[in-house]
Design a protein around this ligand. Structure first.
Ligand SMILES: Nc1nc2c(ncn2[C@@H]2O[C@H](COP(=O)(O)OP(=O)(O)OP(=O)(O)O)[C@@H](O)[C@H]2O)c(=O)[nH]1
Ligand SMILES: [Mg+2]
Length: 320
């Protein structure tokens, strides 16, 4: 008799992720990240198990020390007995290319800890793809049951900054060198920051950077006075203060504020998912064939352009 082991189904994986099987988590991340068939029903089924993690986002200019901060934060949360999921977003970006391997080496202390899970996500599609994917993978992390989820992304463009909307508290890390504050402003990081971290404060200019940041913040109307923490991540200095600043922000939000933030996040996620799905539905093979046909007809003045647009939009059939 020929014995064959039953194939692993997504249902098995769902059970296994709820039982904290890291291999199952890894496989489901791949399913979700690549939007393989069934990823959406899987997320829907896991959804009741989500929402019990604290998501902390770390962003800032390239090389500010975000990964080192993530590593130190992970270490400190582990010391408090909390489990940690780390999500590094877009390691393929030209700004952080190749950094992940280095991060892993540096992070070996936490990477070897079974209660810490490290994963990177990249997204090839545009249209809010990176933040949508990050949110989806973060939902998997939540279903798995991590107490803390650390999200790292380099704060250089809209797509990366948008990732921070997936976080409950956003830490913006800058370095003392003059110009970093201005760069952070330009990149739209000031608006999304809950906590500021002046990392590499072993280098000259940390106090000056803190002053200019404080001056800038005093010019804006804020309900929450954003904590500014100086750290030397490479030596683990200031991490306790950073932890406290995150806690302070969480206390300020309270459960109402937290809920509001999550609801805003959900609104973004739903909108993005609808847009992504519409785009996918529109530009399937039939859609592209029609597009080519219409472009010929519109060019030959056989069909007005906006009538073609209406016609193409009508092709988007509702999904079941
Ligand atoms: N002097 C000093 N160096 C630091 C400090 N924190 C991190 N570094 C160093 O700065 C370099 C960059 O640190 P990373 O943690 O990789 O920075 P990152 O922001 O994650 O970098 P990207 O992801 O590539 O944008 C590394 O060589 C770190 O060892 C610090 O507080 N002081
Ligand atoms: Mg990094």
């Amino acid at each position: 008799m020929h014995l064959m082991s039953a194939p692993i189904t997504t249902e098995d994986l769902r059970q296994r992720i709820l039982n904290k099987d890291p291999l199952a988590l890894s496989r489901l991340i791949t399913l979700v990240e690549n939007h393989r068939p069934g990823y959406d029903t899987m997320l829907d089924k896991l959804y009741p198990h989500t929402g019990n993690s604290l998501r902390i986002g770390i962003t800032g200019p390239p090389g500010a020390g975000k990964s080192t901060l993530v590593y130190q934060l992970a270490k400190s949360y582990r010391q408090q007995g909390k489990t940690v999921g780390i999500l590094a977003c877009d390691p393929t970006s030209p700004f952080s290319g190749g950094a992940l391997l280095g991060d892993r080496v540096r992070m070996h202390e936490v990477a070897d800890d079974p209660e810490v899970f490290i994963r990177s996500v990249a997204s090839r599609d545009s249209l809010g793809g990176l933040s949508a994917t990050t949110n989806e993978v973060a939902l998997l992390f939540e279903a798995y049951g991590f107490d803390i989820i650390l999200l790292e992304t380099v704060g250089v463009g809209q797509a990366e900054v948008d990732v921070m909307h997936c976080a409950d508290t956003v830490v913006v890390a800058i370095v003392p060198q003059s110009g970093d504050v201005v760069q952070a402003m330009k990149a739209g990081l000031m608006e999304i920051a809950d906590v500021f971290c002046i990392n590499k404060s072993d280098q000259p200019g940390a106090n000056l950077a803190e002053q200019s940041l404080q001056q800038l913040l005093s010019l804006t109307m804020r309900d929450f006075s954003n904590p500014i923490v100086q750290t030397v991540a490479s030596k683990g200095e200031g991490i306790v203060a950073l932890n406290e600043a995150v806690e302070k922000h969480q206390a300020y939000l309270g459960s109402d504020g937290q809920l509001r933030r999550r609801q805003e996040r959900m609104q973004k996620m739903l909108k993005q998912s609808v847009e992504i799905r519409l785009q996918q539905n529109l530009w399937d093979e039939a859609g592209n064939t029609l597009l080519e046909k219409f472009s010929i007809e519109v060019t030959a003045k056989q069909r007005p352009p906006f009538a073609a647009v209406d016609h193409l939009l009508n092709q988007v059939t509702p999904t079941s």
